[in-house]
Structure formats: structure tokens, C-alpha cells
Write a new protein. Structure first.
Lengths: 539, 525
């Protein structure tokens, strides 16, 4: 039980308490059965009173045990989920999967949902029920070997045979459910995000019908699940009536006085153990989920700290091809970027600008990073550069937390407030909560990320389309901030400030077509000159 | 707690439960007779009795199986219907709250399911059980029956008192748990930014603390909830103890009770209290599930466009807005405006961002009903060009052709739009299956794909939301050439950001002061 390592203490206690509660619970029934038999044979009155008192005392104890044990088991579960989440997040930093993908998030959600059930509903009740069965089996030695066998057979049926028989069915059903859920999730996401286009192309109804079909299969799946659960209970009840008949037949001759007691014990035992069966049949599906989430974090080898800052980035004959794609997106790219200068990468959409920036950020063997003595420096530009990727990330937390990365960068509320004013983000204050990250508009995201970069305050800035989706006033402000910076690499369609860059790269279809200073490129009247001419046309 | 279940189902549930409980009482009756024989008469159990006992038990078990199956099937059907209703509330604005919509379908609907599947059947079962047991008890042991009836109300009364107090706290806690889960997902999704800013240690310690606080607060509330279960347990044991005492006294002191009655009483009494206790515990779960229904209800309250609000009564013009007011809940973007678009020609609409230009297009498309006034339109044959799309379950070919053009035609149009380079990059060219937007398309490429579709369909009305960014000179020129050609026979209404496009405009309007004002600027306007 690797997954429960830190919660061990709680788990041990809660199982012990659960067991004590269960024992006391069944003995209440047993005692009352015994009391009746005894009463009719003129026992001393105080014995009856004593039994009743014990019954009451046991009842109180059972309640108290159950109370403490529930607290412990819930705390253990919450801690376990918290720890799993934390570990998973740490691991996700180096994951290869695209975590923005809807599919991935859906997968993660499904697995964490299952984990919530893991301890409270599966492990702990089962352990308790198994121990209870064991103790009752040992106690049955006082009555006779037949009853011991009866007890063992019953416990095996309830705890092993019935759950095992249904486990396969439940597992298959769960897999089917997961598949439909994933399908529906994708479909629904598509439907929400492409609604306008589906409406225009008159495909709304067709898509709705498909989703309704999926909802229907979810219902069928749930029906099946319910049926399995009900059948498990039914089979257990059949075992129960056989057990009752067996007890009567086995005991009536030798120990008639004890029959009521044993019968009530048996009935109470079934009431306690039967609820464990259905979750136990789920064990296989849930275990897989927990296992996937709880794989150990391989310690990411921290590169030895190098103090020198990056002075130059040199790209030497870089090719790049996306996995699964036939053609290179980047072909024979050569470029260099020096500290203290400002670079623009321009070119039509789909020319490879974003890919080139991504390569610089993620690192590539064809991209060299050097310090001021031209010695190789650092493994990644991240240490020295603030980055504005195309896809900006925000979190459901306060504005302050979002722009300081939960306090990772130091900034006072006043600074943030001032920056919010400066960039005209009117509806937000530092303490405003972003409840739904999807509600931020594109322009708001850009500006908030800008504030993040200003606060982060690194030497290099690498930006992908920094002025997209901003109005003219804001564009101007953003450009001003950019040109205040020491070193910048910007990919942009907005050519309004092209002349202010020290050096310009022009890309087309994955190749570097032109490069040079603004003046030289304009003089040449090549692609850059053309692009600039057309740009002047903006309203 | 309101149970909104049709009476016919409640009736059905009650009847099945009655049968099940009656069978159980029958089982208890025969078991007690049997034990009286064994204990008192020391005789062998009668085969007949044994058989009847087994028959009643099997009957009880079978009817219980029927009850769970029937009630859960009904619940699942109702949940499916509810799911359909939620999905029908999706419109073109939902993407802004897509997370909340996805949660409603995948989280809250599932959290509500137990309310219909478990809670309602348990309520009915409990009611029937306690009534039948109390009634049966009058025939077995009158004093015990009285004890049952007197002590029973303590359980629900106590639970309601405690339940009311925990309800709000529990709801707040549930939403906090949701928020923590969302933060976790947000962080996973946004791990790139965490990586780029190297803030992992800070962020992890934040997540850790958030979880610690959550556990601490939740345990405080749970403590309270569990205390009430503890109290219930005490009340129950008090009741059972009282009955045991009463039975004991009757046997020994008054010698006024048979073994049969004594055993039967002690057999049924715990069932009675257990039923109440289960109801108490389910009451708590039911409350939580109702909280999820409230989230769902918020979506269900949303108004959707049921029917097309546009009037198809134009013969000459393509679009005519008369006295139209347009906006969102609290703000009007356009008030009492008139606007006419002829059946052919390029109509440009300009104005600063956020002034309502795109909303105007959406209104003509049929996606955004006007607050007041009338939208007249000649036909529903509309094409829409913008830079947003989310492709899924389709191929480039299917999207562009819409089942109306052959492959050669589609290829030719895509070639004209200079798309072949990007298309060749895909594994199976224009037939590459696209699932959840798994192909990299730039804004310019999306615009060109939409243009290609319009060129195939040649609709009578073309609406266009010119992208403010992304379009390079070449794409722009290509798109413009096609528009110039298309405007001869179609009405094009375009939200325009660049002067270039104004050059081909026949009419030019600006949205200003909540009006749509004609401007000099188009060739003819």
C-alpha cells in the first residue's frame, strides 16, 4: 500500500476502531438474543438487568468508535488526495503530454474522481469486514466445528467469491463508461467551442443527437451497474437464508438456548458485511487509477548552477519537424541574438515564427547559449528570460497571486494596482478573484501576462505576438514597455514599430528569407519593405 | 428538502416497498415461531415452518431486488433527461464558461444522481418500513409499539435541527473543494508558465498549504456532522435498550409474554430504528446532492433562443433591421437603430472594439436576438468568415465541401487560396481526420479555410469578421480578390479593421453613439 504511506497511522487506528465498533455491534444483537432465551428459564433478575446495561453500554461505545473512526478515515483520505495532487503537479512540470489538451484534463479528472473513493469506500471497510469475519470465526470455536466451517464458508462467499465473480463485469462496465465519458467530454467541448460555426453550417441538431445518444449509453451503463449491485446483494441474501437454515438445523439439538443468539449475530453480521461487496468489486478499476497517479517522481536532475548570464544565443542550421508531420516546419535556420539588442521576427502566418521561438525556449542541440566569454552557458534560456508564449495560462486565484505566481515574485499591491491602471485593466484590483479563467478576454490575458513579466524582471524578454488583440492605445503602451527592456526577441504581425528594432528576421515557409537592420532591409526593397508598405494600410 | 418526483413513481415505490416489508415481517413471524419451538418446546423445527420462513425470505429478497432495479432505472432515466436539458442550454457564448458547463455535466450531474437513485427510494422505504413495523408491533407487543412511536420522532427532529446548521457550511465546503480541484487542474494546464517562471517551489508550497487549510476546516465541519450521527446512534440504542428492558420485565416479572412475541419484538425493533438512522445519514448526503442540483438549475434557468426570431419577408434587400435595440443583460450596445443591406455589394462596418460590431453580425446570423425591434432577412443561406474555429470529427475536405463539391473542386479552391503547402504537411492531405483540433492551423489558414467553404457554397449573404491580426499581406490580397468577385451577386457584410478592405466597400457604416451611421468611404457610399 504504497499510496497510503503517510496516512498509515490514521489507517491503522481507523481499522482498529472500525473493528471494535463492528464487534460491539454484533454482540449487541447476540446478547439480546441470549437474553430472551435465558429469561424464560428463571435467571436471577440482576443478570437480565446486567445484560441490558451491557447492551446499552456497547451501543454507546459503538457510536463513539464509529465517530472517531470516521474522522480518522476522512482525514486520511483528504491527506492522500492532497498529496497525490501535489506529487502529480510536480511530475507534470516535466510531462511530455500537452497539458492544455482537453483529453488529458478529462483523463486526469476521471482518475482523481476514482481516487476519492479509494480509501473511505474500498480499502478501509473491506479491511474492517475481513477482520470482523476472522474474529467471529475464532469465536465460533466455542459453539462447534460445524459453525466454524459455516462461518468460514459464509465469509468466503461474501468477501471473496461474490465480489470476484462481479469484479470482471464491473471492470468491463467501468471501462465502457470511461470510454463513453471521454467521447462525450470531447464532443461537448467541441460543441461548446465551435458552436457558432456549427450553427452557421447547420450542424447543431446533428451534434446534439450524437451527444444525446452518448447520454443514453451512460444511462444504460448506470443501469447495468445498478443491476450488478442489486444482484450482488441478492446472492448474499441467498447465502444468508441458507446460513440461517443451517444454523437452526445444526444447533437445535445440542444448544437450543443459543440458537436465537447465533441467528441474530448472523443477521447483524450480514448487515455489516454486505455493503462492502459492491465497492470491493470496484477495486480493480480504482486501483489502476491510483497506481497511475501515484507513480514515484523521478528526481529531475537539477543542472549545476552557473552564475553567468546568457550573452548570446546562436542558432546554427536548425531543422525542425513536428512529431507526426511529414515536412519540416523549420529549414536550415541560422540566426543569432545578442544581449542588449532588440530583435523582431516577422513573416506571414504559418511561416514558422512561433515554432522558432518555441525551439529557443525549449532548447535544441542546434541552438547554442553562450556567456560573455563565449563559453557555453546554462542549459536553458528560462533562467534569464521572461516568456510570453502564444497560449497564456491563468489560475483561479486572485489577480495578485496570478501576476506574482503565488508570491514567487516580490511585488507590493500598490505596484500591481499601478500596473493595472497603467494597462487600463479597469475591472480588476489586486485582490479580485479570477473564478473562471475562461472569462478573461484575449486582451485582458495579454495585459495581465505583461504585468507578470514586468514584475518578473529578467534581462531577456521573448514574446510571441505581444500586441495581438489590443487596441491602439494599449499597443503603444505595450511597445513602450518592450523597448524599455534591455534584450528582446519578438515575433509579431504588428509592424508599427518595426523601425525601432535593432535587427529584423523575415521568415517564409519555415525558412529565413531576409535578415538585417531596418534601414538596410528597406533600402533593399525586398520582402520586409513590402510587408511594411502593406501594414501602413491599417485603419 | 423538496423532492420533485412525479406522484406515480412515488406510488409505485410505496407499493413495492409495502410488499417487501410485509414479506420481511412474514419471515420474522415464521422465524419467531420456529425458535419458540426450539427453545421452549425443545422440539425439532417443523419442516413446514422452515419452508415458509425460507419462502418469505426469498420473497423479501426478490422484491427488494425489484425495488432497487426499478427505482434506479427510473432515476437514471430522469438524470439522462436532465443531462439533455443542460446540453440544450449551450449557445455561442457558453465557451466563456466552458469549464462551468463541463462541470455541470460531468461533476454536478453525477453528484446529483444519488439523490434520485438512493435518497428518494430510501425516504419512501423508511416511511413504509416504520409504518409497517409500528403497525405490526401493535399485534405483537403493544407496549413496545408505544415505545417505538414515542421515541421515533426524536431521530428526525434532532436530525433536522442539526441538518439545518450543517447545510450551509457543507455547501460552502463543497464549493471550496471544487475550487481546490480547479486550481489543481489550472496549475497542471498552466504548468508551462510555472516552468518558465521557475516558480515551482512557491506554487507547490501554495498548493500544499491550500490543501492543509482545506483539510483542517473540513474536518471541523465533519466533526460536527459526525457528532450528529453519534447522537443518532445514542438515541437509537436508547430506544432499543428501552424495548429490551420492557421485554425483559414482561418475561421475568409479569410473565405475560410468549417467547414468540419477545423474540419477534427484539427482531423488529432494531429494523425500525436502523431505518430511521439510515434516513438520517442519507439526509445529510441528500443535502449535499441538492447543492449540485442548484448549480445545474442555474444553467437550466438560462434563456435560450427557442425559435428563429428573424422574419423572412424581404424581396429586394438582403438584411433589414428596423428599430433594433441590441445588447446584453445590463447594457445596450445599439439602440433603436435602422440598417439596410442591399442584396449585392460589400457593406463595411467599422468602429472601435467592444462597440457591438460582432454582436451585430451574430444578430443577423440568428445567434443573438435583439432586445427590441425586428430583424428582416431574405434568406437563411448565410456564410460566415472569421478567424475562430474549433475543428473536430471532420476533415478539411468535409468542412470545405459540405457534401456539395468533389475532391478536385475543393483542391482547386484550396490551391487558389495558397493552402496546398499546409495541407501537404498533413498525413492524409485534405482527408486527414481531425479530432479535437489536433492540427496546427494559424489564424490566416482558418480564415482561408472558411473562405474556401464560402467559395464552394456561394451563399446569398456573407458575413465576415475581419481578423484584427494574423493576416499577412498575401492572404489578405487573396481573400480580397475573392470577395471582390463574390460581392457582385452576394450581400457581404464585413466588420473591417483595415483600410485595405474599405477599398472594395460599396457601403460603409460606423457604430457610434449606439447607432449605425452611414459614412462616406465606400466607392458608392
Amino acid at each position: 500500500m504504497n499510496y497510503l504511506r503517510t496516512e498509515r497511522k490514521y489507517i491503522l487506528y481507523s481499522i482498529l476502531l472500525g473493528l471494535a465498533g463492528g464487534l460491539v455491534g454484533v454482540s449487541i444483537f447476540g446478547l439480546s438474543g441470549y437474553m430472551i432465551s435465558l429469561s424464560f428459564f428463571d435467571p436471577p433478575f440482576f443478570i437480565i438487568i446486567l445484560i441490558i446495561a451491557v447492551i446499552k453500554l456497547f451501543g454507546m461505545m459503538k457510536g463513539a468508535f464509529r465517530y472517531i473512526e470516521r474522522l480518522l478515515s476522512h482525514e486520511a483520505t483528504f491527506q492522500m488526495i492532497g498529496r497525490l495532487r501535489l506529487n502529480y503537479f510536480k511530475r507534470s512540470i516535466d510531462l511530455k503530454e500537452d497539458t492544455h489538451s482537453v483529453k488529458f484534463i478529462q483523463w486526469l479528472n476521471q482518475h482523481f474522481d476514482q481516487v476519492e473513493d479509494y480509501y473511505i469506500r474500498i480499502i478501509y471497510p473491506y479491511a474492517t469486514a475481513a477482520l470482523l469475519s476472522l474474529i467471529l470465526t475464532i469465536l465460533s470455536f466455542y459453539i462447534g466445528a460445524e459453525i466454524v466451517i459455516l462461518m468460514i464458508v459464509t465469509a468466503l462467499f461474501l468477501l471473496v467469491v461474490i465480489p470476484k465473480v462481479f469484479e470482471r463485469l464491473v471492470y468491463r462496465n467501468a471501462a465502457e463508461r470511461e470510454a463513453v465519458d471521454t467521447q462525450l467530454y470531447m464532443k461537448l467541448y467541441h460543441y461548446i467551442h465551435d458552436f457558432t460555426d456549427l450553427f452557421v453550417t447547420k450542424q447543431i441538431d446533428e451534434n446534439k443527437v450524437k451527444m444525446e445518444e452518448m447520454l443514453h449509453s451512460i444511462r444504460k451503463n448506470e443501469d447495468k451497474n445498478s443491476l450488478y449491485d442489486a444482484l450482488m446483494t441478492f446472492s448474499a441474501r441467498m447465502v444468508q437464508i441458507l446460513g440461517i437454515i443451517a444454523v437452526i438445523i445444526l444447533m437445535y439439538q445440542e444448544l437450543p438456548l443459543l440458537v436465537p443468539m447465533v441467528l441474530l449475530l448472523l443477521i447483524s453480521y450480514f448487515d455489516m458485511v454486505m455493503p462492502v461487496m459492491a465497492p470491493a468489486s470496484n477495486y480493480r478499476s480504482v486501483k489502476e487509477a491510483v497506481h497511475v497517479l501515484d507513480a514515484d517522481k523521478s528526481p529531475s536532475g537539477m543542472a549545476p548552477e552557473q552564475t553567468d548570464c546568457i550573452s548570446r544565443v546562436i542558432i546554427d542550421d536548425l531543422d525542425y519537424c513536428y512529431p507526426g508531420s511529414k515536412q519540416n516546419v523549420l529549414n536550415h535556420i541560422n540566426a543569432s541574438f545578442e544581449k542588449g539588442k532588440k530583435y523582431a521576427i516577422i513573416g506571414s502566418s504559418g511561416s514558422g515564427k512561433t515554432t522558432l521561438l518555441k525551439r529557443i525556449i525549449q532548447g535544441d542541440e542546434r541552438i547554442g547559449l553562450y556567456d560573455h566569454e563565449d563559453k557555453p552557458a546554462r542549459e536553458s534560456v528560462i533562467k534569464d528570460a521572461s516568456i510570453m508564449p502564444q497560449h497564456l495560462d491563468f489560475y483561479n486565484a486572485s489577480i495578485m497571486d496570478n501576476v506574482t505566481m503565488f508570491g514567487h515574485f516580490r511585488a507590493s499591491e500598490d505596484t500591481v494596482r499601478h500596473l493595472l491602471d497603467e494597462l487600463q485593466i479597469k475591472n480588476y484590483q489586486p485582490d479580485t478573484m479570477i473564478a473562471h479563467t475562461g472569462r478573461l478576454s484575449g486582451g485582458e490575458e495579454k495585459r495581465l501576462h505583461f504585468i507578470r513579466m514586468i514584475i518578473e524582471d529578467k534581462h531577456w524578454w521573448i514574446l510571441d505576438e505581444p500586441t495581438a488583440r489590443l487596441d491602439d492605445v494599449l499597443k503603444e503602451k505595450v511597445w513602450q514597455e518592450i523597448f524599455n527592456k534591455e534584450t528582446v526577441i519578438v515575433s509579431t504581425h504588428d509592424l508599427s514599430r518595426l523601425e525601432d528594432f535593432d535587427y529584423i528576421y523575415y521568415m517564409e515557409q519555415g525558412e529565413m528569407i531576409e535578415a538585417g537592420t531596418y534601414e538596410s532591409l528597406i533600402e533593399r526593397k525586398g520582402e520586409v519593405w513590402h510587408a511594411k508598405e502593406r501594414f501602413k494600410d491599417n485603419l | 428538502m423538496k423532492i420533485n418526483m412525479p406522484v406515480k413513481y412515488m406510488g409505485l415505490y410505496t407499493v413495492i416497498c409495502l410488499a417487501a416489508i410485509a414479506a420481511y415481517v412474514g419471515f420474522g413471524h415464521h422465524l419467531s415461531l420456529l425458535l419458540e419451538d426450539i427453545v421452549m418446546a425443545r422440539s425439532a423445527p417443523g419442516g413446514q415452518l422452515l419452508l415458509w420462513m425460507a419462502v418469505f425470505f426469498v420473497l423479501y429478497t426478490s422484491i427488494s431486488l425489484l425495488y432497487t432495479t426499478v427505482s434506479q432505472r427510473i432515476a437514471n432515466r430522469r438524470i439522462e433527461t436532465l443531462g439533455r436539458k443542460i446540453i440544450s442550454k449551450i449557445d455561442d457564448q457558453t465557451f466563456k464558461e466552458s469549464e462551468s458547463m463541463m462541470n455541470a455535466v460531468f461533476v454536478h450531474l453525477e453528484k446529483y444522481r444519488p439523490f434520485e437513485k438512493v435518497f428518494i427510494p430510501v425516504v419512501v422505504q423508511t416511511m413504509v418500513k416504520i409504518t409497517v413495523i409500528a403497525a405490526a408491533m401493535f399485534f405483537i407487543n403493544e407496549i413496545a409499539a408505544l415505545i417505538l412511536i414515542i421515541t421515533a420522532p426524536f431521530v428526525p427532529v434532532y436530525y433536522i435541527l442539526v441538518g439545518l446548521r450543517t447545510q450551509d457550511e457543507a455547501k460552502a465546503q463543497a464549493s471550496q473543494f471544487d475550487a481546490l480541484g480547479t486550481l489543481f487542474l489550472n496549475l497542471i494546464r498552466g504548468r508551462n508558465t510555472v516552468k518558465y517562471t521557475q516558480s515551482e517551489p512557491t506554487v507547490t508550497s501554495r498548493l500544499e498549504n491550500a490543501n492543509k487549510n482545506y483539510v483542517k476546516e473540513t474536518m471541523g465541519i465533519l466533526k460536527y456532522a459526525f457528532q450528529s450521527t453519534l447522537m443518532l446512534e445514542f438515541i437509537t440504542i436508547l430506544g432499543i435498550g428501552l424495548i429490551a428492558l420492557e421485554v425483559g420485565l414482561e418475561i421475568i416479572i409479569f410473565e405475560s409474554i410468549s417467547f414468540y412475541s419477545a423474540f419477534f419484538t427484539l427482531f423488529l425493533a432494531p429494523e425500525f430504528y436502523n431505518a430511521l438512522k439510515v434516513l438520517g445519514i442519507e439526509f445529510h448526503n441528500g443535502k449535499l446532492a441538492r447543492g449540485s442540483l442548484e448549480v445545474i438549475d442555474k444553467w437550466l434557468e438560462k434563456e435560450t433562443i427557442e425559435t428563429d426570431y428573424r422574419a423572412y419577408d424581404l424581396a429586394d434587400e438582403a438584411v433589414k433591421l428596423s428599430n433594433v435595440t441590441l445588447g446584453y443583460k445590463d447594457i445596450n450596445l445599439i439602440e433603436n437603430a435602422d440598417f439596410t443591406v442591399p442584396s449585392a455589394g460589400f457593406t463595411a462596418v467599422t468602429g472601435p472594439s467592444g462597440i457591438g460590431k460582432t454582436t451585430l453580425l451574430k444578430m443577423i446570423l440568428g445567434l443573438h436576438p435583439p432586445g427590441a425591434g425586428r430583424v428582416h432577412i431574405r434568406t437563411d443561406d448565410i456564410g460566415y468568415i472569421s478567424d475562430h474555429i474549433y475543428f473536430s470529427d471532420t476533415t478539411i475536405y468535409d468542412y470545405v465541401s459540405d457534401g456539395e463539391a468533389d475532391e478536385a473542386h475543393v483542391m482547386q479552391i484550396l490551391a487558389e487560396l495558397d493552402m496546398m503547402n499546409s495541407i501537404d504537411n498533413l498525413k492524409a492531405g485534405i482527408h486527414t481526420p481531425i479530432v479535437n483540433h489536433n492540427i496546427p492551423l494559424s489564424g490566416g489558414e482558418i480564415v482561408r479555410l472558411k473562405m474556401a467553404r464560402v467559395l464552394v457554397k456561394k451563399p446569398d449573404i456573407i458575413l465576415m469578421d475581419e481578423p484584427t491580426e494574423y493576416l499577412d499581406a498575401k492572404t489578405e490580397q487573396l481573400v480580397m480578390d475573392h470577395l471582390k468577385h463574390l460581392k457582385r451577386r452576394a450581400a457581404i457584410i464585413a466588420v473591417v479593421h483595415r483600410r485595405q478592405l474599405l477599398k472594395i466597400a460599396d457601403f460603409h457604416y460606423t457604430v457610434k453613439d449606439r447607432q449605425i451611421i452611414p459614412r462616406i468611404g465606400g466607392e458608392r457610399g
